[in-house]
Write a new protein. Structure first.
Length: 173
């Protein structure tokens, strides 16, 4: 844990309610959905990222999210900070997922293969379930090979909303 740089966070409006968005100098480190306990999320950051956590305006990220949810932005200038994700397969899955273009989808198997484990579709799903930066690492773009939209830690109706916002699941990369 580093004590040099503070984690800054804000509550930002979205179609789902207020998201807790936390940032470091590297980028967005945590996005929490409204039903997640903000105190627990901040405690997780304090325990693993920095001992300095401060509420602050993060206007640039707020503008990016507003533009994305309005359908005007197809990518984020702000990077994701994967500091909460241990090195290994899970981090490789998130990096592969981050490369899925807006409006496209990949299957769990395709993401697993890109992350170095061609038979690791289930493990890729588990890694995506623990994604600390949904939306910025677009785990909603990963769908089952068998069809449908699959699960989503942020609730399946949110996944459907995000896929519809981006053009649905009919597209593949």
């Amino acid at each position: 844990m580093s004590s040099a740089a503070a984690v800054r966070y804000a509550f930002i409006g979205s179609p789902f309610g207020k998201l807790l968005v936390a940032t470091t100098a590297k980028g967005v480190v945590r996005v929490g959905f409204p039903e997640e306990d903000p105190g627990a999320l901040l405690h997780q950051l304090e325990g693993r990222i920095s001992d300095r956590i401060e509420e602050a305006r993060i206007s640039a990220i707020e503008r990016e999210l507003d533009s994305y949810f309005a359908g005007r932005a197809t990518r984020f200038a702000t990077q994701a900070d994967l500091g909460l994700v241990p090195e290994g397969f899970g981090r490789r899955v998130l990096k592969a997922t981050a490369r899925i273009p807006y409006g496209k989808t990949s299957t769990y198997g395709e993401v697993a293969e890109e992350a170095g484990s061609p038979r690791g579709a289930r493990a890729a799903g588990n890694a995506l379930n623990g994604n600390p930066v949904p939306i910025f690492v677009p785990c909603h773009r990963v769908v089952p090979a068998s069809g449908g939209i699959g699960g989503y830690a942020g609730h399946e109706e949110r996944k459907a909303f995000l896929l519809d916002l981006e053009g649905g699941v009919a597209h593949r990369r």
